[in-house]
Design a protein around this ligand. Structure first.
Ligand code: ADP
Ligand code: MG
Length: 367
């Protein structure tokens, strides 16, 4: 296996910059996931690593070797696509062995390697079938097998699970992760699905508009998003973002918006004042919106009067939409708490759970 380095890699298609100065170091044996909305440049980045697209500028290294101008076959990479791209007229065994045959590997050696990979993926019983005789999950296993059998330095996976139904996708996610650990493989995996990114990646790379927005371990990115885009994109239901102004008097400070109020710690107040902005954007995860029934009086302050608009029971938890003044807030509560639409409640946000962002468009985290 090998490490991968991208040095200031850019791609221009028909005068439009679709990958913009990407720098990324992927360690040997690491499972890195590129995640972002459709059209943000994930596939183009992967294709440039594979050599299927040329770079407009920048350099790519695989295993300490600059490969920027090498053809795909000389890069020791194997790619798996969403569409599987199996040869329909060949059996599973022929599909698995085809790349080796083209590389003029001895037939006995091909048979041996195909059998070993088929065993490791539990697809021995399928070796004589054609792709049309396989389920989606089986096809995906064959596509992975075809990559593994070539013993590449790096696996490049472009939305490999996106064609599977939700249940099978969950199962294949687990299998893929176990496989990567067993092979100690270097994997670059592309997906638009933030759950897939969070669960698979040892690190995730969040992209938007051709640029890397943030790189980090999944939970670090979840807990400390670098900017408003990452804050909204990672997490489901998404983080609440509320544009607030700071109101202060001698001993209390509040961040306020229409109907919304958040207490401010002295440290946060200092940070906001240092940022020099009249406004900041407050970010609160739905699971950190406390929903209080009845006329609870107590330590929690400031309480916000709210009305429930939508109740979505998921079984393991319940999602709520709440009207707070003119704002809508999302909340997640335990499933055993029963709420109904139009119910009046109060809402509280613990200041230590709130994130603060620069109020500008897509503003960066302040703290
Ligand atoms: P993603 O995989 O994140 O959905 P892509 O890397 O496929 O995004 O595409 C990034 C942008 O580049 C998109 O706006 C897309 O339309 C454009 N693009 C991709 N391939 C080509 C191409 N061969 N020619 C022109 N534009 C392209
Ligand atoms: Mg794509």
């Amino acid at each position: 296996m090998a490490q991968v380095k991208l040095r200031d890699v850019s791609k221009v298609f028909k005068k439009s910059l679709v990958v913009d100065g990407v720098n990324l170091d992927i360690a040997d044996g690491e499972f890195v996931v590129l995640v972002g909305p459709s059209g943000c440049g994930k596939s183009t980045t992967l294709n440039m690593i594979a050599g299927l697209e040329s770079v407009t500028s920048g350099d790519i290294e695989i295993g300490n070797r600059v490969v920027t101008s090498l053809p795909p076959k000389d890069r020791r990479v194997a790619m798996v696509f969403q569409s599987y791209a199996l040869y329909p007229h060949m059996t599973v065994a022929e599909n698995l062995g085809f790349g080796l045959k083209v590389s003029r590997v001895e037939p006995a050696e091909i048979t041996r390697r195909v059998a070993a990979v088929a065993e490791s993926l539990a697809i021995e019983a399928l070796l004589g079938r054609k792709p049309r005789e396989l389920s989606g999950g089986q096809r995906q296993r064959v596509a992975l097998g075809r990559a593994i059998v070539r013993d590449p330095a790096v696996f490049l996976l472009d939305e490999p699970l996106s064609n599977l139904d939700a249940q099978l996708r969950g199962q294949m996610r687990v299998e893929l992760k176990q496989l990567q650990e067993r092979l100690r493989a270097t994997v670059v995996h592309v997906t638009h699905d933030q759950v897939e990114a969070m669960t698979l990646g040892s690190r995730i790379v969040v992209m938007q508009g051709g640029r890397i927005q943030q790189v980090g371990a999944p939970l670090d990115v979840y807990d400390h998003p670098a900017n408003q885009f990452v804050a909204r994109f990672i997490g489901s239901p998404p983080m609440n973002l509320v544009r607030c102004r700071l109101e202060r008097d001698a001993d209390t400070s509040l961040l306020r918006a229409d109907g919304f109020a958040l207490g401010v710690s002295p440290r946060n107040r200092t940070l906001i004042e240092l940022s020099g902005e009249a406004e900041v954007v407050v970010g609160v995860r739905p699971e950190h919106v406390a929903v209080i029934e009845g006329t609870a009086v107590g330590v929690q302050w400031p309480l916000m009067p709210a009305s429930i608009t939508v109740v979505e029971p998921l079984g393991n938890q319940t999602q709520l939409s709440l009207s707070v003044g003119k704002l809508t807030l999302g909340a997640v509560v335990p499933a055993d708490r029963r709420f109904r639409p139009r119910q009046s409640v109060q809402v509280f946000v613990d200041p230590s759970r709130a994130l603060l962002f620069d109020a500008g468009e897509g503003g960066d985290a302040i703290c």
